[in-house]
Write a protein of this length. Structure first.
Length: 404
């Protein structure tokens, strides 16, 4: 039977897994898990092959892993040549590598010293029987003086991310007039249940370290300090109202940067995904003229601004591309600052703003990787030195081209 005679059956991965569920008691958990993983991998590879951006070379890298992009491996191994030039280049690169290793300072023992614990509470303990200027208890003639470096004892202990203190204020009541007298709270306690440190720790855990609200809720409940997810969101919202002006000021200062780096990555937001599904359903139910669908993707744009040795990193999440978010930032740029240098990859339609003039500087690492991927197809041109002339590391050199 020819391949063309085999009928094509389009199945969703959920349908395949549903067909597999009845055989679960027969196969057992071990074999069922292996077969389920194989079906999911088949579905993943089928999607990759069907994508227009997937080449055989990229598919090999995804399955078997990307190999090194060193020049001697890209050119010499691909072309199969072992001439004097390639051997000389390999020896020179090896010599440079060994020289760099020799220049590097030897690493320490890998342990953290007492001075590395900058966030630890430090308690100074005086000597129990001596003080500076006292006579030496051993010889009786000399005097003891304080040393610049004390002896350290480091002790680490565990506690919940959000701690709590319960102040029990004594209450006294008169048995005649029934008046109640309550003890005064300690000085500095205040009346707020959640102080500034809790308001800082919760958003840092959630948005700085990716620790979900519900996971923190379970952790806090396990140590006897309940902190519901809804309460955490309320704490974050209160903090947002306080620091939002600082965020706007960071955007204004980032707009004045000399070099701006920007890029996009896809993001999943349940609220936006729900709206996207609703819009799609309404478009499909409309029997009239087809409507042009709005942008449905969700992206996080990272913008890093550098100026005078200072870096400001700003993140925007929503429907906009990096170019549109960068446009919003550059609207606050002062005219006297001049034209900024923009560093991004080659996807200009999503990265380069059209409303402002920038000095575009594309990434040499991305460009070199394109040559590396096709080096094996052009063995006769490998000696032109294109790959050797470009750095094999991730340094993005500035090659400015003024555009609007």
């Amino acid at each position: 039977m020819k391949t063309a005679d085999i009928p094509r059956i389009d199945l969703d991965v959920n349908e395949l897994l549903a067909c597999l569920d009845p055989a679960r008691p027969v196969l057992g958990e071990d074999r069922y898990g292996k077969l389920k993983a194989a079906l999911e991998m088949l579905h993943y590879l089928t999607d990759l092959i069907g994508s227009k951006n997937t080449t055989i070379h990229r598919l090999q890298q995804i399955i078997f892993g990307a190999r090194t992009e060193k020049t001697r491996n890209v050119l010499d191994n691909e072309t199969g040549t072992d001439n004097g030039s390639s051997q000389k280049n390999a020896e020179q690169e090896k010599a440079r590598t060994e020289g760099d290793k020799a220049k590097k300072k030897p690493k320490g023992h890998g342990r953290n010293g007492a001075r590395d614990y900058t966030g630890a509470q430090r308690i100074k303990i005086s000597h129990e029987s001596l003080k500076p200027g006292d006579h030496c208890p051993l010889c009786g003639k000399g005097k003891v003086y304080a040393q610049k470096t004390p002896a350290y004892i480091v002790r680490l202990f565990g506690h919940s991310p959000i701690g709590a203190t319960v102040h029990e204020l004594e209450k006294l009541r008169c048995n005649l007039c029934l008046e109640v007298f309550t003890a005064a709270p300690p000085e500095g306690v205040g009346t707020k249940k959640y102080d500034e440190t809790a308001g800082a720790m919760v958003p840092m855990l959630r948005y700085g370290s990716g620790f979900p609200f519900y996971r923190l809720e379970r952790l806090q409940a396990s140590v006897g300090i309940p902190l519901p997810a809804s309460t955490q969101w309320g704490i974050v919202l209160d903090v947002f109202k306080i620091i939002h002006p600082a965020f706007k000021e960071l955007i204004r200062q980032a707009a004045q940067g000399k070099v701006l780096y920007n890029d996009d990555t896809t993001m999943r937001i349940l609220a936006l995904m729900g709206k996207r599904a609703e819009k799609k359903r309404l478009a499909e139910s409309d029997a009239g003229s087809p409507k042009k669908s709005e942008r449905t993707g969700v992206f996080t744009s990272g913008i890093v601004s550098t100026q005078e040795g200072r870096e400001i990193a700003i993140f925007f999440t929503g429907r906009k591309y990096a170019a549109e978010n960068l446009t919003d930032v550059l609207q606050q740029r002062e005219s006297a600052v001049g034209t900024p240098i923009q560093m991004c990859d080659g996807l200009l339609s999503r990265n380069v703003p059209r409303e402002f003039e920038v000095i575009l500087s594309n990434c040499n690492a991305h460009a070199r990787r394109g040559f590396v991927e096709v080096a094996s197809r052009f063995p006769d041109y490998s000696d032109l030195g294109i790959i050797r002339a470009m750095p094999s590391f991730g340094l993005c050199r500035v090659n400015p081209t003024s555009i609007r």
